[in-house]
Design a protein around this ligand. Structure first.
Ligand SMILES: [Zn+2]
Ligand SMILES: [Zn+2]
Length: 355
């Protein structure tokens, strides 16, 4: 396995994993833009990830040859055995396990360990080398239970029935997870969607993830139309919350669902009134738990707070290596590449939820 400017390259197998530019042969861990790119010749991925790529890039840009591989099944390429395992990150997300000449490396892509009603849960596999992300690899990042955060949202809706609540969530994964968590919390009213998050909700439902009554936010209102959707929940990409689009809504309460909401300064900077800490990435405890579960003597860290994680691994006798993969972003902030939190930001972290 080599680190190249395009990303991880499996030399004996002749394929890249999540390459940043079009290549002949790619294995794609999941559909987020910093992992799945259009224009590859051959793409091996889970059937759900291929469906997501077709929906995002168009039928003709999602790989000339698409090779679906279900979780737990294996194929061999030039003597390298490839197995995909659930990563628990978004629908279709997979860890890529590679076996060659008696050793095993697992490339986790992005992952989380807590339950997510919209995708299969992470399955740890013991390996010789584990490749991990480190987006939230600081001890200050301990994501509270999702149900707690959803309850805070519903409490606010009850408290301000005259206002619309707009939850900023990225289109793939977070949007559908928030809706599913709302349904589990008993919210059976319609959930209103910004146009940018509609398509993937439809696809999730087609792929067997029920989301209940979803409706588009009404468009084409006449000038002077009274503000709409008081008492309702609207989901929109984070970038839409501060645009004229939001002005049609009744005194919108700006909410954001992201692991970054642990950092108060970020919430303030983005003008978020109700920060919800709901993340599709492992927090500090989940990262360390995973290192324990996979029992790898060596761990490679792709991006994020690799310094903190490599240090923590060293204390546990695990050899850590920072790969500094370029182009890995953080879809929690609307797909924009995201710098790890600064020391100042980390110091301004909000206290844990009051219980
Ligand atoms: Zn991702
Ligand atoms: Zn990512």
């Amino acid at each position: 396995m080599k680190v190249t400017p395009l990303g991880l390259y499996c030399e004996p197998g002749g394929f890249f994993i999540d390459p940043s530019r079009p290549v002949d042969r790619a294995v794609v861990s999941h559909g987020h833009a910093d992992h799945a790119r259009p224009g590859h010749k051959a793409v091996l991925a889970t059937p759900d990830t291929l469906a997501i790529m077709r929906a995002r890039f168009g039928e003709d840009r999602a790989g000339d040859v698409q090779e679906p591989l279900a979780y737990g099944e294996s194929v061999t390429r030039n003597g390298v055995r490839i197995t995909l395992l659930p990563a628990g990150h978004v629908l279709g997300s997979a860890q890529v396990a590679l076996e060659w000449k008696g050793s095993r490396i697992v490339v986790s892509g992005d992952y989380k360990r807590r339950r997510d009603p919209t995708c299969a849960g992470f399955e740890p596999m013991e390996c010789d080398v584990f490749v991990t992300e480190a987006t939230f690899a600081l001890p200050v990042f301990r994501h509270p239970p999702d149900a707690h955060e959803i309850r805070r949202l519903l409490d606010s809706v009850a408290l301000f029935p005259e206002r619309a609540h707009v939850v900023g969530a990225y289109a793939l994964g977070k949007t559908q997870r928030i809706i599913a968590l709302l349904r589990e919390a008993g919210w059976d009213r319609p959930v209103y969607l910004h146009g940018a998050v509609e398509k993937l909700c439809t696809l999730y439902e087609e792929l067997g993830v029920p989301l209940g009554d979803l409706r588009p936010v009404p468009k084409g209102l006449k000038r002077g139309h009274p503000p709409i959707l008081p008492g309702e929940i609207v989901i929109a990409p984070p970038s839409a919350e501060a645009t004229p689009w939001a002005r049609r809504l009744a005194e919108p309460v700006t909410c954001a669902a992201s692991g970054w909401m642990t950092v108060r300064q970020r919430a303030r900077l983005r003008g978020v009134e109700l920060p919800l800490i709901v993340s599709d990435h492992a927090d500090w405890d989940e990262l360390l738990q995973t290192m324990e579960d996979v029992r790898a003597p060596e761990v490679w860290v792709t991006h994020g707070r690799d310094d903190a994680l490599v240090h923590a691994l060293g204390l546990r006798g695990i050899r850590g290596r920072a790969l500094h993969l370029v182009g890995r972003g953080d879809e929690e902030d609307d797909g924009a590449p995201e710098a790890p939190p600064t020391a100042e930001e980390a110091a301004g972290v909000a206290p844990g939820p009051a219980n």
